[in-house]
Design a protein around this ligand. Sequence first.
Ligand SMILES: [Zn+2]
Length: 227
Amino acid sequence: MTRKPYTGGPLNALNGRAGISAPGNSVSVSGLIKAHGPRSAAELERLIAEHVPGNCACGIISQGSIQDFGRNLFAAQKEHWGEYRFSLTECIQWEYDLFVLQMLKGNMMEDKCKQALAANLSDQFQVCYASKYVDEEMRVDLEVLFNGDAIAGIQVKPESFNKVRPGIKTFNERANVNYGKPVFYATYNYETELFNEMSLLVERIRKIASARGLNYDKRVDTKTSHK
Ligand SMILES: [Zn+2]
């Protein structure tokens, strides 16, 4: 990925107020990525447009193409601000960055986090993608299972998440409570694509497993008790 997506500024506030990217007005991009595994930005952009009629076997329906979302954002300016401050091209670009560039990056980093956790935890742990429901309603990207039981949720976020409006954080944290298990935030540096506190995260997950009495030391003891 060459360019860093730009999804901030006044258009971010407008996009939120006008609900342009709200699920009912747009498309589940994470669902499209999971169903079709696009390998490029162009492929994802095409998938979004192709799902407008909603006749794909994956069941995902898109309310429009990136151009349509950009047009909606452009029109919302007049409605909410009483004037046009950004060109149609800028509005389409903004939605492209949000739906295509940011989503592809986010998905790739979820994958990296999943692999890093699996590499650092023993075989008794499993790291898997959360279901669509858990993802959307509880804001959990990955689930950590210990001997088959879910023991923690993981949210994968760029470092910039630490600087977002408190309201967004509170919204996420409230959703996380519904998950009923600890939810940890794995934050990464956008440029280096490295996670900030992976070893701490691994430590916390191991601690939960121990606290639940599902300590693997015990298993080792059982196995070796005949000594
Ligand atoms: Zn499809």
